[in-house]
Design a protein around this ligand. Structure first.
Ligand SMILES: [Ca+2]
Ligand SMILES: [Ca+2]
Ligand SMILES: [Ca+2]
Length: 216
């Protein structure tokens, strides 16, 4: 009985020392539309989704779309992940995501020029035979600022009906501890080690007791 309670107590300490989770700055799937962007155009792919869902865009040649996000200012970097919807016939153009902050930090992330050969084709918006695709992308931005601006653009050079892009499933996280995970405090680690010690002692004692019964 005493051993069982000690196991429960040790389990509680272990649970409170679960691995840390990065704090989420933004998580946008655009199913309810887009807000806060310099252009809040959002579009539903319609019947032939090809795996697409409602998303930011479509945008074409010359489009520059940005949004500013608030940060705690205590982080050291951001992980910026999203799905690029590469629509119609791109011709070795680049998609460009840029992160900037008021401290003067800047990071430009460019796709490779060969998105046409990436992944499986799934015609969604384009004319039959076009190669609309979902391209998962992510990059790291080092910043200690209290805000940052994310900008999407491309080097597309033909008409909107020929080549365009959308963005979906944007997830921005920082390197800080979020809920529900928590980085154990030193005192928690002490309790954890103590808990294992007590548990080990209890198990040794109970094993000794059962052994003494066997030999009795
Ligand atoms: Ca979506
Ligand atoms: Ca083209
Ligand atoms: Ca082109």
């Amino acid at each position: 009985m005493k051993t069982k309670m000690m196991i429960l107590a040790a389990s509680a300490v272990i649970a409170s020392a679960a691995p840390s989770h990065a704090a989420t700055i933004a998580s946008e799937d655009f199913e309810g539309g887009a807000s806060g962007w310099s252009d809040n155009k959002s579009e539903d792919p319609g019947a032939n989704t090809g795996g697409f869902t409602k998303h930011l865009g479509r945008f074409g040649q010359g489009a520059v779309v940005s949004k500013t996000f608030t940060l705690s200012g205590t982080q050291s970097f951001l992980d910026i992940a999203f799905d690029l919807y590469r629509i119609d016939t791109w011709d070795s153009e680049y998609f460009i995501a840029t992160a900037t902050d008021p401290l003067g930090n800047s990071k430009e992330f460019r796709t490779g020029p060969y998105l046409n050969s990436d992944g499986a084709a799934n015609y969604v918006y384009g004319f039959p035979g076009s190669t609309d695709r979902i391209v998962p992308l992510s990059f790291i931005f080092n910043t200690t600022a209290t805000s940052f601006t994310l900008t999407f653009s491309s080097t597309l050079n033909q008409d909107f009906s020929d080549e365009s892009w959308g963005v979906d499933n944007l997830l921005i996280t920082d390197d800080l501890t979020g809920v529900p995970g928590a980085v154990p405090e030193p005192s928690t680690w002490a309790m954890l080690i103590l808990g294992f010690g007590v548990l080990g002692g209890a198990l040794r004692r109970s094993r000794g007791a059962s052994e003494s019964l066997t030999y009795a």
